[in-house]
Design a protein around this ligand. Structure first.
Ligand SMILES: [Zn+2]
Length: 86
């Protein structure tokens, strides 16, 4: 029998909040200048309900760089000055 390993795909994306197993909707991209090079991006995933609390956590520490739809998490950082209607 051949076991097919599960492919990490969109279905595997889960909110990074503690004890939350909801599907991630947002990718919070952040950087800790004390330990990361400036172009490095760490990514936290958030469901709709945790986007605000997780981004606030990162923002308080000055780590948050941008929040993008989870499908765009690997795209290069958005160009500066892009307007966000939300
Ligand atoms: Zn969540």
């Amino acid at each position: 029998m051949t076991a097919i390993p599960p492919e990490p795909g969109a279905d595997e994306l889960q909110c990074s909040a503690k004890d939350c197993r909801a599907d991630a909707v947002w990718a919070l991209r952040w950087n800790n200048p004390k330990i990361h090079t400036p172009e490095r991006r760490k990514v936290w995933l958030a469901c709709g309900g945790h986007r605000a609390s997780l981004s606030a956590f990162l923002d308080r520490r000055g780590f948050l760089r941008d929040v993008v739809p989870v499908a765009d998490r690997d795209l290069p950082a958005a160009s500066q000055g892009a307007s966000d209607p939300a």
